[in-house]
Design a binder for this molecule. Sequence first.
Ligand code: ADP
Ligand code: MG
Length: 528
Amino acid sequence: MNMNSDSNDSDISTNLHLTRVSKLVDTWCGCHGLLYADSQLKDQNVYTWRAAPLSLLPLPYPYKAYKFVKDLQPIINKLIDKLSRDKDFLVDTLNVIAKTDDFTNRLLQIYEEVDDTVIRESVQLGLHRSDYMLNSDGDYEKPLQIEMNTIASSFGCLSNKVTSMHKYILERLNKDNIAWDVAKQQLEYPFNSAAITSESVPDNLSTRMLAFGIAMAHLVFGDNQAIVLFVVQPGERNVADQRLLAEELWNSHNIRTEFITLSEVTSKCHVDTNKVLQYKIDEDSRHDQKVSVVYYRAGYGPSDYPSNTEWNARKIIELSSAIKCPSIGYQLAGTKKVQQVLCEDNILERYLNPIESQLLRECFAAQFSLGSMATSQSLEAMKNAISDGSKWVLKPQREGGGNNYYGKELSNFLNDHKTDPTLSEYILMQRIFPKIKNSIFLRNGNIDILPSINELGIYGTFLGDGSENPLVNTYSGYLLRTKPYGVDEGGVATGYSVLNSIALLDKVDEIVEYELDDEEIEMGISKS
Ligand code: ADP
Ligand code: MG
């Protein structure tokens, strides 16, 4: 690791100048809501906050790769919508898994209770995030998709703040040569170039665009007295990210929100005779509020459903007239299994035109089915993964991090479960190997300079009714997460990864061309 030659201090984490800059960042976070709620709440109703885990500086990112995945997002949005409305495909694809996985089974059961016409024609809102790593092949870095998130895609609002923080800190550093030099010495990539300025960090409109999607859905629902219901987890720490979205809905669209957990739904909500979801403000039913949109930041994993109460809640909402973000169809379309099946021949072409299919396939890493659904190719891949797990990732049908197998553990697991029918629940994926790059991590007041790898998330907003002309289908901002090299899973909530943003050094002039102006946001149109 490089040492700062201007400092007598041999430990860079306590370097005077970096500490000075990190304090600036910390106070910026406090002033602007770039915060995480502490795990220890002082009391039930009062949060204590700390700055979200961050990278001090943005990551130089190849413009071409960014533009490619950004332009793919409307295609992905459209694909998810079409998949969610293809009942035969989803049921056929997930039935085998449902036999042994209760979680998938229960989602599928509710999905099958929804009227066929509703599945085909109802208005659906998607606030998705498609994640990528740059697979490194010599000097060439190619974005490959890690996964598509169709439920509770988080960090939209915090990522927006991170971008603003990075623009601010770059402006400060450009007037603070000593601190800038110390920071640059820790980073091998082109930080020595003068090109890195606040303008090289592309604007990130995620908060506005995600709120815009919800506001458009609310408009389509057609009752401006209605509220938007956020379904959240009890004890959530990523509170600011959620509340900032609610703030934006209020400030820009005059839309009120209420927050509720899945376990509270059955006591606080009911569906009236017109299938309208009603939210109880108090004991007087005349005060009940209609719900236009239900936005889930919970419900993506089995731990969100400790009892039948939560499953009932999900069903009540799904069968109501509220616009669900996401519908269960969207959630099922985002499963790991569906993503693996999309890699098979001639599946994408059912939903996308040949050019769109070809473009999307460009970012697919190899994925294989297992267990009773194994093909000769997957058996070959499995053999390979058993003898050397380092080039593979084994994924169950789970979301939210911490569920995958890697390396030796993966080989052992596959070997032990070769003949187990539950192996069908897993998919085997080619491991993506990004270049390792140093980053300056700011976590809980500590500074660490760590070799790390990066995952870019692209947000997308979709609102449509199954017809060929969606009301909204657009790219909606980005998120970069940076995790220390050697950590398989990562995760910002778990304290490993940090939030980051990108700096486009190679084609600064074109960045502006791809920003949305206010008028376009109003119209829900993206230039890309
Ligand atoms: P989850 O739904 O739990 O977020 P992911 O598919 O995103 O599941 O996997 C979790 C993490 O594991 C990712 O954020 C990434 O760091 C790592 N990961 C997943 N797939 C791959 C892959 N093919 N190659 C390298 N790392 C991967
Ligand atoms: Mg993920």
